[in-house]
Design a binder for this molecule. Structure first.
Ligand SMILES: Cc1cc2nc3c(=O)[nH]c(=O)nc-3n(C[C@H](O)[C@H](O)[C@H](O)COP(=O)(O)OP(=O)(O)OC[C@H]3O[C@@H](n4cnc5c(N)ncnc54)[C@H](O)[C@@H]3O)c2cc1C
Length: 449
């Protein structure tokens, strides 16, 4: 293998790994992805992911142009409002978001399964399923070999860990880089969007992202996911001709069971949940959510009751402990594998995509002979490590995703709740603060750091 034409091994066919694989393939760089799931429809943690300008920009750069257009066409209707409500559905604040007329400078509501099917499109020869990575060996000739649980192995010039929060690559490569429990648990539920369930929500909640600041340290977020296809998978009336043409010839549609739905996620400090919550599923898990939200508005509780029990999912929130930059080699990491962050700022996937495009650019330079492969990896890590851990830190202190948040303390919790509601109320009413809030929502601070 020549030093200027590397073969790249990626462990993990998640958001970051697949985006990188597309970017490398477009650049003519040989790449193979190894994924532990047995099929393209298995697994997934949660249902909705918000992709902002950072993520969409990365996808635009890495995906073939038609696939980027398919990504846009498969997003749910973009949120027009960012709402903050009480557990009784009283509006604390409401911020108008940008219209979705621009392909990247907007907030996109994406179904995780749909995004995965988009990213797998055209990659059938690159992605190898049912390959659970176990360990690797770095060889004296500069190559690296990845080993899998089925006894097989694969060799290349660079191994990229894109294997998420519990990364087996990271465990071997940087054993001191650990994640810890952030101290909160989420229960994610998915409710079919019907005329009845839609009517349970006021207009701005139907068209927005709604953060629920409840009393007693119970938090929630609600998203309405309205797609261009109906319950039978047929295109809805009113879909533009261009989108209809794209969606009709998109092969990934056959693999995507996603339909219109409402995502309602509730969370709180882990100590408030029954000790076996992570083992509970179905009705038993929905019951936990109902027990914890006894004082919520009957309409919100009706949504929980109308959810598909099979879709209820417990998620224990983790966060990475920052580590100083290490000496670069033929193994590197991206996304949650190196900087797992709480959902507090909703930027984990966006940051994984940012990593992917940055690493891709560096590997293009190495392939063009402008720097060595090791220099490219080092330059990527020098840029990624500071912003990655900065996002970890600022995510931890947002939206009560940290179990130590004052919101969860018995007495000061009430004051913290009043403070948070007051902050959103004032910010939404003062034009300059409102503008700054909305701009920050799109750019997330430190994008240029
Ligand atoms: C409740 C919740 C809400 C969130 N909302 C948002 C949001 O709105 N916006 C946002 O930007 N981020 C959000 N995030 C964060 C986001 O989901 C993650 O940061 C993002 O998915 C990370 O992408 P990744 O590619 O690094 O890892 P993943 O997408 O997790 O992919 C890792 C892949 O590696 C595979 N894998 C793991 N181990 C192995 C192995 N040993 N061998 C082979 N394959 C393996 C996995 O099966 C998986 O496919 C949210 C997270 C949570 C928990």
């Amino acid at each position: 293998m020549s030093a200027t034409a590397p073969h790249v091994l990626i462990v993990g066919a998640g958001t970051g790994g697949l985006c990188l694989a597309h970017g490398l393939r477009r650049a003519g760089i040989s790449v193979a992805v190894y994924e532990r799931y047995r099929t393209r429809g298995e697994g997934l943690l949660g249902y909705r992911v918000g992709i902002g300008p950072t993520g969409s920009r990365a996808l635009r750069e890495c995906l073939p142009p038609e696939l980027f257009d398919i990504y846009l066409a498969t997003c749910a209707r973009s949120p027009r409002w960012f709402n903050v409500i009480t557990q009784r559905m009283r509006r604390t604040a409401s911020f108008e978001l940008r219209p979705d007329t621009h392909p990247v400078d907007t907030e996109r509501s994406v179904a995780r399964m749909t995004l995965r099917q988009v990213l797998l499109t055209g990659m059938e020869d690159v992605v190898h399923f049912d390959k659970t990575f176990t360990h690797y060996e770095q060889r004296d000739d500069g190559t690296v070999t990845a080993y899998f649980a089925d006894g097989t192995s694969a060799g290349g010039d660079l191994l990229v860990a894109a294997d998420g929060t519990h990364s087996a690559v990271r465990r071997q490569y940087l054993p001191h880089a650990v994640t810890r429990d952030a101290g909160t648990i989420n229960i994610a539920t998915r409710i079919p969007l019907t005329e009845h369930t839609r009517a349970l929500l006021p207009e701005r909640l139907q068209r927005g992202i709604s953060l629920i600041f409840g009393t007693g340290g119970m938090m929630g977020v609600l998203h309405v996911m309205d797609f261009k296809w109906d319950a039978e998978g047929r295109l809805k009336p009113g879909v533009s001709e261009a989108d209809a043409a794209l969606l009709s010839r998109w092969s990934g549609r056959a693999h995507d069971p996603t339909r219109d739905n409402i995502n309602l996620v509730v969370w709180s400090a882990a100590r408030r949940f029954p000790s076996d919550v992570m083992q509970r599923r179905g009705d038993e898990l929905v019951q936990v959510a109902l027990d914890l939200t006894g004082n919520w508005h009957p309409r919100l509780r009706e949504l929980l009751m109308r959810g598909d029990p099979a879709s209820a999912l417990p998620i224990r929130v983790s966060t990475s402990e920052p580590v100083p930059q290490w000496k670069s080699s033929t193994v590197t990491l991206l996304g949650d594998a190196i900087h797992t962050m709480t959902p507090g700022r909703g930027v984990g996937a966006n940051t994984a995509l940012r990593d992917a495009v940055l690493l891709c650019r560096q590997l293009r330079l190495a392939t063009a002979g402008e720097k060595t492969l090791l220099q490219a990896v080092a330059d990527y890590e020098t840029e990624m490590v500071p912003y990655g851990f900065a996002r970890v830190a600022d995510s931890l202190n947002r939206s009560g995703t940290n179990g130590d948040d004052r919101m969860y303390k018995p007495v000061v919790g009430r004051l913290a709740l009043l403070g948070a509601r007051g902050y959103f109320g004032v910010t939404s009413r003062v034009p300059r603060l409102r503008r700054n809030f909305v701009n920050d929502f799109y750019t997330y601070r430190g994008e240029e750091d």
